[in-house]
Design a protein around this ligand. Sequence first.
Ligand code: COS
Length: 381
Amino acid sequence: MVYALTEEQEALRGQIRQMALEKVAPRAAEIDREGVYPWDMQKLLAGNDLLGLAIPQDYGGSGASLLTNCVVAEELARTCATTSLIFVVQKLAAYPIVLAGSEETKKKYLPRVASGECLASFCLTERKAGSDAGATQTMAKAVDGGYVLNGEKCFITNGGLAEVYSTFAMTDPDKGVRGISAFVVEKDCEGFSVGHIEDKMGLRGAQVSEIMFEDCFVPEENMLGGRGEGFTVAMKTLDNSRPLVGAQALGIAQGALDVAVDWAREREQFGSPIGKLQGIQFLLADMKTQVEAARQLVYRSATLSDMNHPDLSINSAMAKLFASDVAMKVTTDAVQVLGGYGYMKDHPLERMMRDAKVTQIYEGTNQVQRVVISRRLLGKI
Ligand code: COS
């Protein structure tokens, strides 16, 4: 299967690159240092109609393909991974509503999410249900007119900032993963509260928190899909979002490569630019090769998502796995090219290296991606 970026997609890449260089890059180090959610970046993305890029036109978005979304995530991450995450999470959190929400639910929530008027959040992980997402302990008990949620989520990106939470809870514990259901929960709901806000290694501008539900009533119409379909909604959402995390990782790697190449041209040792040394040349050549290979896998998986292709799951897992490992390797090698300078906060590489790490962890650790890949490869044995 071959894909190609259209002229429109290449033009959009150029526009995002320009915007990122002018408005995002000057803020990137500061966002990392301050560790505070950058509302100015959120407004920049919303003002450029980017937060609704993945949301269908009928609900206030642009209805752009996942491939187009990947190009945007990549270009943003090239300068600032936190800003790219604002874009990525809005799509991740909206997807369960797009996929499984009723017409009324879509009309109620998606236009506000698309315009950026409100942030959205994907509320799956729990302390005892991380990689084992099916072990969800948050309970949703059926009552008159809806469900009452009790439980705690953790590591929730946009936790406390978002107004709309795509949330997964157990309605029928005796049915295992088939007993999980999905809901839209609003921040204003009685019984909804925000717990500990995490202090993180990277993506320092993103707010990640615990979310608590204590007798939190959610009306029946806020269920996404049928009762017991929540795990499938979560898995399909991740299948369609992992290419975007791959794109984010790819952008971080490309950004690190850009810095390393510039440095190799300019930095002089032994009387000439270090780029003349074969040791540096080979390091850069390997980095470039890995970045291009990751790009192919990411774009291919996004194209399969756009085609609604049955092989999406294995391909999005491979793209996320490979691109995030490349991001870790390339950022580490780029630090090496700069030597002592690369280790210092005066240069962006140490931030990029810290930011890269989480791409190997979130939206499923790379060990989980290998589980997904090998299960698809082997089938039932
Ligand atoms: N699309 C649709 N359905 C899927 C699916 C997918 N991609 N993956 C699994 N399912 C279905 C299966 O078909 C199965 O259905 P049946 O019971 O009808 O056979 C059901 O879901 C359970 O699947 P499985 O047995 O594979 O579930 P496991 O409990 O073994 O878990 C993994 C599978 C590990 C892949 C899953 O728990 C996972 O992805 N974990 C990581 C979660 C994650 O990414 N968290 C990060 C949150 S966002 S930061």
